[in-house]
Design a protein around this ligand. Structure first.
Ligand code: NAD
Length: 261
């Protein structure tokens, strides 16, 4: 069964609550038999993550802190993972952050600090994580990150986060090339808009959602579970020939040009 993740361990980074895309991914990987390691940022979230992890079938999960803005903390987290489980087979990176004030108005109002913050947390963090994860992926594996159409095209108000996603998308390609020879694949899922904590930061999210539901070929929103199942495909051997790819899970929205309603 090429879709099975039995006897494999995956690190899922970015569960904040039950609405998180990372939680959708965790559930799909878990159903396929994977052992999961969760990382969270800030003590405030630990309880949420533990409560969610408890609902999974397997009880051999780990929950570890990992603020992705600190190389030291990332290194410490993966050191603990190495001690506890040894080998891992993949990482789901579901993390992004930008200042709320910069997710409205003109892109041009982005500050240097805001630009660097978004790049640091939303783009560089993937590279920082892969540096540490690589040493634990001795049997090869799959790394998946989450991106958005706003990195490829102009999406009103996505602004500095769009530029960070463009850097993330390019990182996926360079990392895929660096790690291909080691049997490690790196791909991105470009999800359609989903109501999560992070989405709340985007001004006019309701309008974005409405426009999406009206014009996406599937004429409806996509769900965390749908993104989760695509992540499962990318983590499994079914996708063994795919790397450096940006796969849209967006009901087809990205193919649409101008629609007259
Ligand atoms: P979410 O708020 O549930 O998840 C974002 C996570 O990032 C949170 O768990 C938060 O703790 C974490 N994070 C922020 N700063 C961090 C730091 N310094 N260190 C470690 N973790 C940190 O929202 P989500 O929508 O599930 O976001 C997950 C990913 O999906 C993000 O990359 C987001 O850009 C992407 N995405 C979301 C949508 C959407 O509409 N929700 C669409 C496309 C892509």
């Amino acid at each position: 069964n090429l879709l099975s993740l039995e006897n494999r361990t995956f690190v899922v980074m970015g569960v904040a609550n039950r609405r998180s895309i990372a939680w959708g991914i965790a559930q799909s990987l878990s159903k396929a038999g994977a052992r999961l390691i969760f990382t969270y940022a800030g003590e405030r979230l630990e309880k949420n993550v533990r409560e969610l992890a408890e609902t999974l079938e397997r009880d051999d999960y780990l929950v570890l802190p990992c603020d992705i803005s600190s190389d030291e903390e990332i290194s410490k987290t993966f050191k603990t993972i190495k001690e506890e489980v040894g080998i891992i087979h993949g990482v789901a990176h579901c993390i992004a952050f930008a200042n709320k004030e910069e997710l409205e108005g003109e892109y041009l109002s982005t500050t240097r600090e805001g630009f660097l913050l978004a790049q640091n947390i939303s783009a560089y963090s993937l590279t920082a994580v892969v540096k540490e994860a690589r040493g634990l992926m001795t049997e090869g594996g799959s790394i998946v990150t989450l991106t958005y159409l706003g990195g490829e095209r102009v999406v009103k108000h996505y602004n500095v986060m769009g530029v960070a996603k463009a850097a993330l998308d390019a990182s996926v390609k360079y990392l895929a090339n660096d790690l291909g020879q080691e049997g490690i694949r790196v791909n991105a899922i470009s999800a359609g808009p989903i109501r999560t904590l992070a989405a709340k930061g985007i001004s006019d999210f309701n309008e974005v959602m409405k426009e999406f539901e009206t014009n996406a070929p599937l004429r409806r929103a996509v769900t965390q579970e749908e993104v989760g199942d695509t992540a499962l495909f990318l983590m499994s051997d079914l996708s063994r020939g795919i790397t450096g790819e940006l796969l849209h899970v967006d009901g087809g929205y990205n193919i649409i040009g101008l629609m007259k309603n």
